[in-house]
Design a protein around this ligand. Structure first.
Ligand code: CTP
Length: 403
């Protein structure tokens, strides 16, 4: 699983101008179904009022060590125990120094000290502080003790200078949290994912393509990274940014995709072909823009290579997963493709619906296994579906390792 749904996250906010950005982080975490408990230091409260975090997280904000002793449970111990992960964002040089030095003199440093949960720091500070050798030594101490970090980015700093020290983007922090909380059931596996459409040129300014957004393949690649795999993502043109830590290979045509996939296949354990590959391309691409004439235009088309079918022929011990885009007879058409292309599993997708599938954030699929068993999944977001698809593939991996 690589989802934040129902996970308990203690978010420590320390005194830095970037504290306001943590409010956005809370919003994202809550949107993904996480239970967020915010702990603020005294200096953090100089920058943002606890009410902001309380409103966004829907839970009381913890602000002081001693007030908690009035509760039935010992507050900092209960927070420390309940956390699946503790995230400190923004993390000042002060909190990093305290934790590295074993100091627990306020609510946040005490919760961290009392917890066995993994901790993620997202530092934010002025560039000189970031480069200070004492801070760098403290980072090293904490890294050696398996504390996790999302490094700050480069850009405009609150002090007016430009440099390294800006709090990492909320998406990158979220990515890291999800990664830390994910089951690592694809560790030591090398996966190749294809995504997006292909574009087949008619002339220098026109092409034939399809409405694939690439979202499904990108979600699968991201979930594989969270779950510990080494991932290569070969994608046709999309508007998406590649997930962090994937090896990204952008391509345009079916032939370019075939060559990129061939290149990677040798060192791959699992192939997931979510791309919507053109079956035909113009037999000739005009070198100059085709001018309109008074009659119609007939284009001669030739077949592209079926990339997945070719992989099926030289599969050896690899796991091959295909997608089937269908507008009718979903199950029977998909089953034919599964058999013909020698696949372990096929994800059958009804692309005639305009509320799911191509170009949308939601997908509704049936998953068909090589033994003919089927799971009809309800419509769901593509990130969630990526996890469900990987759960099925993990079962195939397990079975193949038992043989
Ligand atoms: N595929 C491929 N190379 C192609 C065409 C398809 O690798 N030239 C892969 C797709 O990435 C997908 C699977 O084959 O995983 C099925 O693709 P789909 O378009 O549904 O079916 P086709 O095999 O192209 O058959 P048809 O278009 O006749 O339905």
């Amino acid at each position: 699983m690589s989802s934040l749904k129902g996970r308990e996250i203690v978010l420590g906010v320390t005194g830095c101008i970037a504290a306001y950005k943590s409010a956005e982080l809370v919003r994202h975490l809550v949107k993904q179904g996480a239970c967020v408990h915010v702990v603020m230091t005294d200096s953090a409260r100089e920058f943002v009022a606890p009410l902001t975090f309380q409103t966004l997280s829907g839970s009381p904000v913890t602000t002081g060590l001693f007030k908690l002793y009035e509760e039935k449970e010992i507050g900092h111990i209960s927070l420390a125990r309940r956390a699946d992960v503790i995230v400190v964002a923004p993390a000042t040089a002060n909190i990093i120094g305290k934790v590295a030095g074993g100091i627990a003199d306020d609510i946040l440093s005490t919760v961290i000290m009392a917890s066995m949960s993994p901790v993620l720091f997202a530092p934010a500070m002025n560039e000189s502080m970031w480069k200070n050798p004492i801070l760098q030594k403290n980072l090293k101490i904490l890294k050696n003790l398996s504390y996790n970090f999302v490094n700050p980015g480069w850009g405009d700093l609150a002090c007016g200078a430009q440099g390294e020290g800006r709090l990492a983007e909320a998406d990158d922090i979220l990515d890291e949290i999800t990664c830390m909380l994910s089951t690592k059931d694809f560790e030591q596996k090398r996966a190749l994912v294809t995504a997006g459409p292909t574009c087949e040129s008619i002339d220098p300014v026109r092409y034939i393509s399809n409405p694939s957004s690439g979202k499904m393949g990108f979600s699968i690649a991201r979930a594989l990274i969270y779950r510990g795999a080494d991932v290569t993502l070969v994608s046709g043109p999309t508007a998406l940014s590649p997930p962090r830590n994937v090896k990204f290979v952008p391509v345009r045509t079916a032939e370019e995709m075939a060559l990129a996939v061939e290149d990677e296949f040798g060192q791959t354990d699992i192939v997931i072909k979510a791309a919507a590959v053109a079956d035909y391309r113009p037999a000739n691409t005009a070198l100059q823009k085709i001018k309109k004439e008074n009659k119609g235009l007939v284009l001669e088309m030739e077949k592209t290579r079926d990339i997945l079918a070719a992989l099926g022929e030289k599969k050896a011990g690899r796991i091959l997963v295909g997608f089937a885009a269908e507008t009718q007879d979903l199950f029977s058409n998909a089953l034919v493709k599964l058999k013909k292309k020698n696949l372990d599993m096929i994800v059958a997708n009804d692309v005639s619906r305009n509320d799911t599938g191509f170009g949308t954030d939601i997908n509704k699929v049936e998953i068909i296994m090589a033994d003919g068993s089927v799971e009809d999944l309800p419509a769901m977001g593509k990130d969630e579906l990526a996890d469900r698809i990987l759960d099925k593939i993990a079962q195939i991996v397990k079975k193949s390792e038992l043989k």
